[in-house]
Design a protein around this ligand. Sequence first.
Ligand code: CTP
Length: 454
Amino acid sequence: MMDIYNYYQADTVEQNQLRYKNKLVDFKYSTYDKSNKIKILPDEIVKILLKAGKIGTKIMSDIYLVGGMTRDLLLERENRDLDFVVSNNLPCLIEELSTEFDGEGSYNEKFHTGSILTRSGFNLDFATFRQEYYPYPASLPLVKFTENLKDDLFRRDFTVNTMVLNLHPDRFGQLEDYFGGIEDLNKRRLQVIHSFSFYDDPTRIIRGLRLMVEYGLSPDERTKRLLIEVLRNFNFIEITPVRVINELRILLERNKGSDLTGYLRDYPIFRLLQIDFEIKEEIISSLQQLEEYLAYYREKKYNIREWLLRLAVFLKDVSPVQIDEWDIKKSEKDILKFPGKIKSRLNIIKNTEERFALYKVFQEYTREECILLLTFSNEESTRDKIKIYLEELSRISIDIDGFILQDLGLKAGPEMREVLDRILAAKISGKINNTEEELKLARDLIKERNGRDK
Ligand code: CTP
C-alpha cells in the first residue's frame, strides 16, 4: 500500500493531529477588503450578512461567511447557499436570525450545527468552529470543537473553499485568507489543504472534479498526483454508495455528461462506486444524444431528473445486482437499472402499432425511462412512437369516472374498470374526442352490458 495510507496508524486524536502537520499546504495569511463585492449581492443576502454580524457582536460570537458563497462572491457568480462558521453561541444566533428573516431554523445540539431556510428561499447553514479527525480512510470524522478559526478552515477540502468573509460590523466585508485561496482562485488552481484530504473523504474527489469542470480550475502537481494515486490504489469499500451518489448528483445536475468525459481518463471517479469504468465512443455518443432530448424536453418543461439519466448512461453496463446493493431510493435504482432492459423494450415497441396498445406498453415506463428509450433507439420509426406517447398519448385522459358510470346505472364492480378502459381506448384511438362522446359511449356500453345480463 502507498506511503501516505500508512499514516493512518494513529491511535489517538493527538497522533492523528500530528500526521496532518507533515503534509500541509503552505500557510500564508492575508486579508483583503471586499466590501465592494458585497454591494453587488442581492439585497436580501446583504441584509442577512449585516444582521448576522450585528447579532454576532451582541452575543459575543465571531461569525464568518465561508465556503462556496465566499468563493463565488469573488468570482461574481450567483449562489443561494450561505455557509457560516461561528465561534460560539450558535443557538442564540439561529433564533434571532430566523425571527428576523421569518425563516425556519433548526439546531443540532450534538454537532453544534444548524440551518435556516428563509421565507425568501435562501438556505443558511451554520457550524461552530471545529476540527475533524478521520480514524481511518473514508470514515466518518471525529469532531473536536476549537476556538481557533484556522483549525476549522484546515479541515476543509480545497484552498479556494477556505476563504472567509468577516461579518463583524467593524470589519464587515474583510476577506481573510489563511491558505492562499485567493491566489489559487486567481490562478485557477485546485489545491488540497493537506495530503490526506482525499483519503479522509473520497467524495472530495468528485467535488474537485466539479471545480475543474465548472470553474476551469486545474489541480496543482501535488493535488493531481494525490488524485491519481487515491483513484488507482484505494478500494473505496468503506464509503457508502449513497454518499458518492449524492456528490455525483450535484455534479450531474450542474453539468452535462459530455462535459465530463474529457476528465474521466485521468480521474476515473466511478471507482468510488467500485466500478472500473472505461470511457468508450459509444457512451460519448449516447451522452450527446441524451443531451439533445434533455434540452428538447426541458424546453417543454417536462421536469426530468436529468442527473439521473446522465448517470444511467454512464453506468449502463453496471450489473443490476450491484445497483440493488446501493442504499438509494427505489425509483432511482429502477432508472439506473433500466438501460439493461432497453433492448427488449425497444423490440416490443417496434412490434406494436395500434395507439391504445402503445399506450398500454408505455404506461409501464416513467418519463425518464422513455427518454432513455429514445436515447438508445437506432430506429426513427421507434423514436417517433416514443415521442407520440410522451407528447400526445400520455396526456390523454377521460372525463368520465366511476361515479358518473354509477349515475348512468352501472353497478360498482370489476366491470367498471373494463368500461372505463374501453372509453379510454376509444379516446386514445381517436374514435371519440370529447366529454359528450365519452358519455354517449358509456351509455351504449352500459346498455350493451345490461342487455347481456338479462
Ligand atoms: N466541505 C469539505 N469537504 C466536503 C464537503 C464540504 O471540506 N466533503 C467544506 C468546504 O469548505 C465547502 C464547505 O464545507 O466549501 C461547504 O460545503 P458545501 O455547501 O457542500 O460546498 P460549497 O463549496 O459551499 O458548495 P458549492 O460548491 O456547491 O457552491
